[in-house]
Structure formats: C-alpha cells, structure tokens
Design a protein around this ligand. Sequence first.
Ligand SMILES: Cc1ncc(COP(=O)(O)O)c(C=O)c1O
Length: 375
Amino acid sequence: MIDFIPVNEPILNGNEKKYLYECIETGWISSEGPFVKIFEDEFAKVAGRKHGIAVCNGTAAIDLAVTALDIKKGDEVILPTFTIISCINQIVRVGAIPVLVDSDPITWNMNVSQIEQRITSRTKAILVVHVYGLPVDMDPVLELARAHGIKVIEDAAEMHGQSYKGRPCGSFGDISTFSFYPNKLVTTGEGGMIVTNDDLIADRCRSLRNLCFQSSRRFVHEELGWNMRMTNLQASLGIAQIERLEEFIKIKRRIGRRYHDLLSNTPEIQIPLKKTDYAENIYWVYGLMLKDKVPLDAQEVMDKLSDLKIGTRPFFWCMHEQPVLKKMGLFRGERYPVAEKMARRGFNLPSGLGICDDQILRVAESVHKVLSEVA
Ligand SMILES: Cc1ncc(COP(=O)(O)O)c(C=O)c1O
C-alpha cells in the first residue's frame, strides 16, 4: 500500500507545543493574552512595518483594509481577476466597483501593464495580489498610485519572508495583509495580519476588528465593527512559527528547486519561473500549467494523479467567471484570456513544508506517467 501524499503538511515541531501549553497553564486563551501583541510586533518586523494588527484570518484582514480605506459605494478598485474571492468580497459588499486586469502568462501575477488603462476619476485603490511565489512588479504600480493619488492594498497572504528588489513583501501597500492558514509559510491554524506604517489606519483597524469598542463607556458604540480578533492560542503558534521563518523559506526553495530539476524537461507543462529580475521564487506552492498539446484539462489530470495517491489543488477560478458575481450583473461580456486559461490548465502539486525528497520524486514520476499516457 502506498501512502497518499497530501497537497500540504505544515511543520509544527518547534516551540509551538511549549507556547500553547503556556496559554493553557496561565489561562490566557482569548485575544487579551500577551502573545497577541508579541506576535503583532514580531510580524510587523518581518514585513518591515510599524504596526501589526492580528485578526482571525486573511480574508478578514482584506475586509478590514477595504473598510479602513473608506472604500464606498461607487468607488472603483482595480484588482486581478485571477485571485481568491477573499479579495473582492468587501469591495462588492460595500457597493464599490471591482475593475479587473488579466494575468501575465509567465509570472502568473497580475498584468501591471493593464492597470493604467483601467484608471478613472473614480478609482480609489489598486489591490495588488502576489500569487503563488513571485511578487508583483511593484514599482510601476506604486508609480501609478502616486501619480493618480490612489491607495494601494497589498495582499501578501502567500508571501511571508518574500521580498521585491530587496524590500519585504508586505511593506508596499498603504495597508498590506497576510494569511496564516496552514498552507502558508507561517501558520496559526486560522489567522491573518494587517500591517501598515500609518498610525490612524492602524488605530482604525484595531477598533474595527474589536466591534469598535472605543468609547469611554464600554458597550457604547459610535460605529459598527466586527469581532475579528485573534486568540492568544493562535498567536502562540505564530510566534513559534516565525522563529523558524528563515528555515521554512530555505525548505520551500529547496522543494521548488527539486521539482524544477525533475520537471524542467517535460515538454507538456509550463513550470514556475525560478526568478525574475526583481525576485527569486519563494515557491509558496509549486504550480503547473498544462500546455495546449495535452488533450486533458487540469481537473482530468488531477483526477489521474489522485488515482496514484497524489493530492493536488486547482488554480484559482477567475473573478469575472464567478457565478455569485455574475448573478449580481458584474463583468458582463468581459474576457481575460490568460487568467481563463490558467484557471482551466493549472494546478498545484504537493509542496507543504513537511514533504520529503522521496515524496517529491514520487510526485514528479506520477506527473510524467500521467502525461506520457495522455499526450
Ligand atoms: C492571495 C490570498 N489572499 C487571501 C487569502 C485568504 O486568507 P484566509 O484563508 O486566511 O482567509 C488567501 C488564502 O489562501 C490567499 O491565497
């Protein structure tokens, strides 16, 4: 019997148990425990920012970022169509208008050359999403934002420890956000973080995540917020995880290099770029794109890999093709061919921090086997 290789397995064998135990011993399990502030400060350092505001997940972090920037009905926000729904939820909920750009076929990130033509007098923000391991080319985005007086939200959910031209991801947005879901380089089970240098934005995010409990009389509220707090239990895991971030980055890059060596001579697939002139791939995940010569789509190849006990995940599904958003009348007739193809032809191989070399070899051999049978 061969074992199933899961798409992700975190590593939790540092100080996680010790710090969690401390929460239980001391009784500090809620968001008021001391680990939350320590985690916020330590994580803000990783991202090169003044403030860290811990929240319950990465989606909540983006919701708060959109709210804290006062994005309202009728405002336009430019974002990639190829991303997770978390990026668009709050934009749509407040009645703002999401304006999409296509992807770059080589880096798989948003095509920054399409941003300028999408800017109008109503554009309030650009929401940048770094996808799968390489950062977005930030300089042109920041230049446009400056020139037009537009805010930048940077979704760095997948980019812990990654950098762009030597500056940490998460240091570029007016507000930047992270996720700590277990497939991330730093996990707290569920969790997220907002980072910023702006004192007012930081205060506003702290208030919004805590039901806007900010008047002199508790239980009297000037504004509606959410309970998006992170618990001391989650933060304790986060502290143990960032202690090992450098090591985790090395492991991810080793996994990426190993896959690269095993798969780079496979003519049926496009593999991730090792580097660009502004960054080295951190290989948050290891994705593949099936070339046109492969007569199957990603789901069919993933099913065949599953028969060989290899776990996979499909690529994102485009925002302009989301049934929920189309039902709202959004994106009528819009087409983004690069992203549409990525959504149909791309998928991720197992690449969690816990994967070992033998497993990587078995995954690569399975990919070769499936492709040789169908091509
Ligand atoms: C780019 C991106 N943004 C946001 C999120 C949402 O984070 P969470 O799952 O913590 O809500 C994810 C999650 O995987 C993501 O990949």
